[in-house]
Design a protein around this ligand. Structure first.
Ligand SMILES: [Ca+2]
Ligand SMILES: [Ca+2]
Ligand SMILES: [Ca+2]
Ligand SMILES: [Ca+2]
Length: 385
């Protein structure tokens, strides 16, 4: 395969360091030297199977570090340990569907993103063992991708009015992006989804920020065995969040029939709208209901493992128990007694293996919400009223 091997420094002040199209050039190997140019320091042959193997230092002074263009043919970028790709705008910018980017060195985008995947860059495989650093986003994707991360993916971490995240997925392709964050993997700042797309995330490492899919339309699946050091907000889809090990601060399902599973630690689980199933595991868990519409007759949420002795709680604190009176009132627990037609009454009733919790917020004697709780009995102290 036609290969260009670079063995001496290249400085091209007003042009590209590599020819834009060399029809027979497929592979560029930078053997450890400095390549500096004003625009993208490496633009590729449009031939199928083109590749850049970088062991040196590629830097653009007025553009992207490596711009990997032409969506027709997949290619390969390998940035070896100790090597750097630095762009004054983005580190790596590609629209080559099906390409493979393997980074063991450093990729940096000084003004915008570490790695920018344009909207034709479907099914990109990204393997990161090094560091990807963007000013705005570590990775910014306009199409779905498959990421395995054992290194660091970060943004500049400076507060800006515009969106800045560890990973921003901003696509409407309806497909699923897959992220596997291995035990050495660190993603700093939020993972955010916008648009009609889904996320499948397996976390063994550290995510130092929120996971926010609340503006995305797809079904999210998150398995967490590592650390998520902030809130998890799932989207309008039917989502699954399972954390058999590891830490997370709280998880909120939003709309859709969600399944939320905690672990041996103290967990905060919020199903949101529609028919959700929540399991806290051991530890003092809190199941939060924010609105009477979160769990209604005929479409009740299920709490499958409420244990009084573990100090589990059902929090109704955010629901106004009396919509007749002004301001926000707390519920009045009436045990197994029937509703008496007074707004704010909260009652419990055993039904097979469950206790059905119901509340009347408008005083018409009819339940305005119902929750099914798998437990022998519930007492007033089990609620945050
Ligand atoms: Ca949901
Ligand atoms: Ca829900
Ligand atoms: Ca728990
Ligand atoms: Ca619900």
């Amino acid at each position: 395969m036609p290969t260009k091997i670079i063995k001496t420094d290249i400085t091209a002040d007003s042009n590209y360091a590599f020819a834009y199209v060399i029809d027979d050039l497929r592979v560029i190997v930078n053997e450890g030297v400095h390549v500096t140019s004003q625009y993208a320091a490496a633009l590729f042959s449009h031939q199928a199977g083109s590749a850049l193997i970088n062991s040196g230092h590629i830097r653009s002074t007025n553009g992207d570090g490596v711009s990997f263009e032409n969506p027709v043919n997949a290619g390969r970028i390998t940035n070896k340990a100790g090597a750097t790709i630095v762009g004054s705008v983005n580190g790596v910018d590609t629209d080559r569907a099906g390409s493979v980017i393997t980074n063991s060195g450093k990729i940096r985008g000084l003004e915008q993103d570490g790695v920018l995947l344009q909207d034709d860059a479907a099914n990109i495989k990204l393997k990161n063992f090094g560091e990807i650093l963007g000013h705005d986003n570590g990775i910014h994707a306009f199409s779905s991708f498959n990421l395995i991360n054992a290194g660091k993916i970060k943004n500049a971490g400076i507060f800006m009015p515009d969106a800045q995240y560890g990973i921003l997925i901003e696509t409407s392709d309806g497909k699923t992006s897959h992220i596997t964050n291995l035990s050495t993997g660190v993603i700093r700042d939020d993972i955010v989804i916008w648009g009609n797309t889904s996320l499948s995330l397996y976390n063994l490492g550290e995510i130092d920020g929120k996971i926010r899919c609340s503006e995305g339309g797809g079904d999210t699946v998150i398995i967490n065995r590592g650390v998520i050091d902030d809130w998890v907000e799932l989207g309008p889809g039917d989502d699954k969040f399972i954390s058999p090990l590891g830490l997370f601060r709280r998880v909120e399902g939003f709309g859709g029939n969600d399944r939320l599973v905690g672990n041996q630690f103290k967990n905060l689980l919020i199903g949101g709208l529609d028919r959700d199933t929540m399991k806290g595991g051991d530890g003092a868990d809190t199941f939060v209901f924010q609105d009477t519409h979160d769990s209604i007759a005929g479409s009740r949420d299920h709490i499958t493992d409420f244990v009084h002795a573990q100090h589990d709680k059902i929090s109704l604190f955010n629901i106004d128990a009396d919509t007749v009176a002004a301001d926000d009132q707390a519920f009045h627990f009436i045990g197994k007694a029937a509703f008496g037609g007074t707004a704010g009454e909260l009652r419990v009733e055993k039904h097979r293996a469950n206790v059905i919790v119901s509340g009347d917020v408008d005083g018409d004697g009819v339940a305005d919400f119902e929750i099914a709780v798998h437990t022998a009995q519930l007492v007033e102290g089990d609620f945050v009223l």
